[in-house]
Design a protein around this ligand. Structure first.
Ligand SMILES: [Zn+2]
Ligand SMILES: [Zn+2]
Length: 155
């Protein structure tokens, strides 16, 4: 149950920016917030929190987009795909958009956030739902539970 079949490779829509992941995710999430709806051009964004030392860009030069604020949203300079986020004040992990993975077939959100602005029909199979972000004290329990039962690659 602990075989994550690492490393994983991923790329933006056009393939100019590539990355590799060599550490298991801490959590996978779907975020329904208005910012994610706009930046993903979709009903919600998917993310996988990857320990920082287990994430590396291997090709191309991602650029900062989105709000250009304290949380840094990284995009491909050519196709403008939103690829990953370095959240404000957090150095321990990078939020990677797992739909960029070469094999995203196994990706499922374990937690969903900002259901208070969830669009009609935007239903996920996440085990845990939160109106906004989870309270800080819930994260340790969520990470522990995800390590045991979170979805992982089948092959
Ligand atoms: Zn691209
Ligand atoms: Zn969001």
């Amino acid at each position: 149950m602990n075989d994550w079949k690492l490393p994983w490779d991923g790329a933006c829509r056009c393939g100019q920016v590539r990355f590799t992941i060599s550490a298991a995710p801490l959590l996978t999430m779907a975020c329904h917030c208005r910012g994610c709806q706009k930046m993903s051009a979709s009903a919600y964004s998917l993310s996988a929190a990857i320990p920082t030392q287990g994430f590396a860009v291997t090709q191309g030069e991602p650029v900062i987009g989105g709000l250009h604020g304290p949380s840094r949203h990284y995009f491909c300079p050519h196709c403008k795909s939103w690829m990953f986020t370095r959240p404000e004040g957090i150095d321990q992990f990078v939020n990677v958009r797992p739909t960029m993975l070469d094999d995203a077939s196994w990706v499922a959100p374990f937690v969903e956030t900002y259901t208070q602005v969830r669009l009609p029909g935007a239903v996920t199979a996440a085990k845990h739902s939160y109106d906004a972000f989870p309270p800080f004290e819930d994260y340790a329990k969520l990470v522990e539970e995800f390590a045991k039962e979170g979805a992982r690659p089948a092959r």
